[in-house]
Design a binder for this molecule. Structure first.
Ligand SMILES: Cc1ncc(COP(=O)(O)O)c(C=O)c1O
Length: 412
């Protein structure tokens, strides 16, 4: 069975705006599925009131928000009380650095990487500096940008409180084997683990209990949805955290880690992403009685197959081109290579190449994409950075063919 790409594309109205344009900047934010747009419009037209009161529009607003929260908890296989829906991942990690870091002591240690987007790096580093702690860096291979778990183990010791790393870097585009890394961390220390999945979730919504992480965060505006950040915090560790809510609201996990408060219409619209996934599942599989987390696994099989088909010719072309330095794995053979493909043109600036592609109708970007440390440690100029072509499962094989034609011309 393969992904019905025509069905997929019918769910994204924005794809009709300019059929010639190839959107290849999805890692910056995806198109929004129609199901989400419909929910936002419905909320704003009919239930735009303070939710959770007993008059009809308010009760309906509260029900819509509850549906979204319960739906995402089920999809991630976590408890409802373990889900925070906040304004963004950067804001969620910032708040968590207060909640997690308040109880850190000078003698404690943390491990961060130089592969992460700054949202899963700077805020933990600042807190550790404030507390006078030791901070260790799990470093990428400076050529490929890949992380190797063998390099992490010697950094762990009995003082390590937390390890922070990405599920997938927004530049390297290669998934780190989270379950395996977590089990090695837990075998070698009592550290907790927080994973930034912003660059991975658009390709696969994971069963979080199966991976045994303590914290996990991603942004729905990159997963076909509204501009919201979803964050899981394992209920078993609440005792180690300080609430960041108003004093009279503490003890409600939905509020403890979101001092911004819920953005009502946006929260309600988070359910639209799941409605899209449901429709996608029902279109391809017998949908009856399938558990929500299993649906995500089924869909992932289809998406992976299609995304590999998109990534392979691009990786082959870039890997073989003499004027290009490709970052990350060069093939999809291990099924861990997202079609988020970053490279440095060797005979012109990234800015110049990106601009040529943009002029040819390809939505791409260049720069450091807030992975400033990674770009620097790859030996690249963090201002000019890399060109990034990032695709999602609504992209077509024809899109890749156009990108290859235009790349060939622009690199010449
Ligand atoms: C890998 C990664 N982590 C974190 C973030 C920050 O997410 P947000 O924009 O929701 O703060 C981004 C945003 O681009 C990202 O790509």
């Amino acid at each position: 069975m393969s992904l019905d790409i025509d069905f997929v594309r019918r769910q994204f109205g924005q794809l009709d705006d300019d059929p010639q344009f190839v959107f290849a900047s999805n890692a910056g934010g995806s198109y929004v599925c129609n199901q989400v747009n419909n929910l936002v419009e419905h909320y704003n037209r009919h239930t735009r009131v303070q939710p959770y009161s007993n008059f009809p529009s308010s009760a309906e607003a509260g029900d819509a928000m509850n549906r979204a929260r319960q739906g995402w908890a089920d999809a991630l296989n976590i408890g409802l009380s373990e889900l925070t829906i906040g304004p963004s991942t950067s804001m969620n990690t910032y708040v968590m650095s207060q909640a997690i870091g308040d109880l850190w002591k000078a003698d404690d240690e943390i491990i961060v990487t130089n592969q992460d987007h700054e949202a899963n790096s700077g805020t933990w580093r600042r807190k550790a500096i404030e507390k006078g702690m030791t901070m260790r860096q799990w470093e990428v291979d400076p050529e490929t940008g890949l992380l190797d778990v063998e390099q992490l183990i010697p950094l762990l010791n009995e003082k390590t409180r937390w390890v922070f790393f990405p599920h997938c870097s927004n530049i390297v585009g290669t998934a780190n084997p989270v379950a395996n890394i977590v089990s090695q961390i837990k075998d070698n220390s009592s550290a907790r683990v927080f994973v930034d999945a912003v660059a991975y979730a658009p390709h696969h919504i994971c069963d979080l209990k199966a991976m045994d992480v303590d914290g996990y965060a991603f942004s729905l505006y990159k997963v076909f949805g509204p501009h919201q950040g979803l964050m899981y915090i394992n209920a078993a560790i609440y005792a180690d955290l300080t609430s960041q809510a108003h004093y009279f609201l503490t003890g409600d996990p939905a509020k403890d880690f979101n001092p911004a408060g819920p953005q009502h219409a946006q929260v309600a619209a988070c359910a639209g992403v799941l409605d899209y996934f449901d429709a996608l599942h029902a279109h391809h599989f017998d949908n009856k009685g399938v558990a929500p987390a299993q649906k995500m696994t089924d869909i992932h099989g289809l998406i992976l197959q299609h995304e590999n088909q998109l990534a392979t010719p691009l990786l082959d072309f870039l890997d073989q081109h003499p004027d290009v330095r490709l970052v990350g794995k060069t093939t999809t053979d291990d099924n861990d290579r997202a079609p988020t493909i970053a490279f440095k043109p060797l005979k012109q600036s990234s800015q110049s190449l990106a601009s040529k592609l943009q002029t040819s109708g390809i939505g791409t970007e260049y720069g450091n994409f807030y992975a400033h440390r990674l770009i620097s440690d790859l030996g690249l100029d963090p201002e000019d950075g890399v060109v990034r072509l990032s695709l999602l499962h609504y992209n077509r094989v024809e899109d890749v063919e156009k990108i290859l034609r235009e790349l060939d011309r622009a690199l010449d």
